[in-house]
Design a protein around this ligand. Structure first.
Ligand code: BGC
Length: 250
């Protein structure tokens, strides 16, 4: 069965029909730029453009980089603040001509995809996926079940919002070496999360998962196993489609 998945990110909005049997994109994804400012109306329009590119007419799953309860956005740390309180499902649903739309947090979507088709396959106990990008997103699982909207990127680290210190963007903006970022930022952050949750496994996703060899060697002293995410850039799209299917069959 194919279901459509869309990933809304700070710089790009990308989507494709997903083959849910394989957990892979059924067609090459289409990407458009995220409008600046990324207001609800403009973003919904771009999502419709991505969906329209494929002439898609079935259920659609959409990720959002903030807390989403039901289909309403509750936080918007790295996108336009006017999203807060917006019923994203209704707004995007209208923009795509009334197709059923399911919205969920971006890290939760990536986590769901990794647990089924990627690095978390078959893993029990507590598993935490962290996406290290512009911000830090988290998805917490216990025996494969998601606790949604955990927001571990906003834990406090040395008096700062953790994502401002340990995200991939922090490494780039502050021009930190991989070693400095990994030992002084990421490792301390993981140690803090481990102190709170004692997971069996950390899955590290986001763009940097492709460069895991540059920082994994520095993450000693963490008890949990640490592995890079496997689905790379497609995890959000695949997870969004999985959520839309779950909603359609509920
Ligand atoms: C947001 C999370 C999101 C993460 C990654 C954080 O700033 O609060 O909801 O998952 O960024 O986009």
């Amino acid at each position: 069965m194919n279901v459509f998945g869309v990933d809304i990110g700070g710089s790009g909005i990308k989507g494709a029909p997903v083959d849910l049997g394989r957990g892979a994109l059924a067609e090459e994804r289409h990407k458009v730029l995220t409008p600046q400012p990324a207001t609800p109306q403009d973003v919904a329009g771009r999502v419709a453009e991505v969906v329209g590119h494929f002439g898609w007419t079935g259920p659609i799953g959409v990720t959002f980089p903030g807390v989403v309860t039901g289909s309403t956005v509750r936080t918007a740390a790295n996108v336009d603040p006017s999203w807060v309180g917006t019923d994203a499902g209704a707004l995007i649903g209208e923009a795509v001509g009334g197709l059923p739309v399911t919205v969920l947090n971006d890290a939760d979507a990536a986590g769901v995809a990794e647990m089924t088709f990627g690095a978390g396959r078959g893993r029990t106990g507590t598993v935490i996926l962290l996406t290290l990008g512009t911000g830090i997103g988290s998805a917490v699982f216990t025996d494969g079940r998601l606790v949604p909207n955990t927001e571990l990127g906003h834990l406090e680290l040395k008096g700062h919002d953790a994502e401002k210190r340990a995200s991939s963007k922090a490494r780039e903006d502050e021009e930190l070496t991989w070693e400095h970022w990994a030992t002084k930022r990421l490792r301390k952050y993981l140690a803090h999360v481990e102190m709170l949750f004692s997971p069996e496994l950390f899955i590290l996703g986001g763009g940097v998962s492709r460069k895991a060899d540059k920082f994994l060697p520095y993450l000693d002293g963490i008890r949990a196993e640490i592995v890079p995410a496997e689905l790379r850039n497609d995890a959000g799209i695949v997870g969004a489609a999985m959520a839309a299917r779950a909603a359609a069959t509920r």
